[in-house]
Write a protein that binds this ligand. Structure first.
Ligand SMILES: [Zn+2]
Length: 359
């Protein structure tokens, strides 16, 4: 497969160079030149046609080719997630691998629904905050992630583009807050859409949304909620559906990793969460409860590098979750393409100041 892409790429480069050479010589070459000019024109039209029908790779385009894109009709797609330890059975690129699968599905549906759009893929951004504090994770502070996204968005907005749709599979609180903040800044300053559907769906997974359960057939403990939050049933299922060859065989032999006891800071945060719920601030309380559960796990000793029960995973469950996430993403993208503002407030949005805490 790789060999094919290398060969096809080299051929395109060769054809491109040949076309330029032909253009230069054909202008002085009479009838022979006319024939060659025709060849050159057909080649250019072929390139243009290709640009409107495929998922283009931004880094493969020249400045000229980028300038030929219709800015109002071009959608950029990019995966954003950290390099993070995912148990003993999934690779550290897991979140990006799942995101890339989702991105491919986004592109397929967008292509079918909106044939006039040009779809351009940016290389995956292996950057994310609040990665599991375990040797092997490469976590990046939230403010750095935020700035990268703002600068990417600004760079696209300066050229007149309007849409950057994100595929993401990371539930770290500051990761989500940083992306949402970048999205808000880009909207305010440039009327540019940076949309990360996971910031919406993740809350539903954690807080047991009934409609999500109905549509996926999933439920508490296998939907990526707190007891299944990391490399457990849900994420292993997503990997079995996305790239089964990357799942190590030991996944079916691992013991479940169970929720940890709340001690120290986690206990305090849980007490605060419960007080908020008692006085009617239900949403804020539930968000804090999630933070307390996460803190309890990452401060447990020894901390298992996964949370949940990987051996219950199945490609069927992963497929159900991917489909749900795809449908919800397309709804948001359609709203953006119709010109509606789309701002998602992820969990703990009221505590977005947490972004400034060091990793
Ligand atoms: Zn993950």
């Amino acid at each position: 497969m790789c060999l094919f892409f290398v060969s096809a790429g080299s051929l395109l480069v060769f054809m491109g160079r040949k076309a330029s050479f032909i253009r230069m010589t054909a202008s002085n070459a009479g009838i022979f030149g006319t024939v060659l000019n025709l060849y050159s024109k057909n080649h250019e039209e072929g390139v243009k046609k290709k640009m409107s029908s495929d998922l283009l790779e931004y880094v493969e385009l020249t400045q000229t080719e980028i300038s030929q894109l219709d800015t109002a009709q071009t959608v950029f797609l990019m995966s954003v997630s950290p390099i993070e330890v995912h148990g003993y059975h999934l690779p550290v690129g897991t979140d990006v691998f799942i995101a890339e699968e989702l991105l491919g599905r986004y592109a397929k549906v967008l292509r079918e629904k909106h044939p006039d759009l040009s779809l351009v893929k940016l290389p995956p951004l292996y950057v994310g905050s609040d990665a599991l504090p375990s040797l092997g994770s490469l976590s990046v502070r939230a403010t750095a992630l935020e700035k990268i996204l703002i600068d990417y968005g600004k760079g696209l907005a300066k050229q007149g583009f309007r849409y950057l749709f994100i595929a993401d599979n990371h539930g770290g609180p500051r990761h989500q807050l940083a992306i949402a903040k970048a999205s808000a800044v880009l909207w305010k300053k440039h009327r540019f859409y940076l949309i990360d559907p996971f910031n919406l769906v993740f809350r539903r997974m954690v807080q047991h949304d009934e409609e999500l359960f109905e549509r996926t057939g999933l439920g508490p403990g296998n939907c990526g909620d707190d007891p299944d939050s990391h490399a457990g049933t849900n994420e292993t299922s997503l990997m079995l559906a996305s790239c089964p060859q990357k799942v190590r065989e030991n996944y079916s032999e691992l013991d479940p990793s169970l929720p940890a006891e709340h001690t120290g800071g986690a206990k305090l945060v849980l007490a605060l969460a419960r007080s908020l719920m008692k006085v009617g601030a239900k949403q804020a309380g539930r968000d804090l409860e999630h933070l307390a559960n996460t803190l309890a796990w990452v401060s447990s000793n020894p901390m298992k590098p996964y949370m949940g029960d990987p051996k219950l995973a199945s490609a069927k469950n992963g497929e159900a979750m991917l489909n749900y996430r795809l449908e919800e993403a397309i709804k948001l993208f359609d709203r953006a393409l119709q010109g509606e503002p789309v701002q998602i407030k992820p969990m703990l949005w009221n505590l977005r100041v947490l972004r400034f805490l060091p990793e």
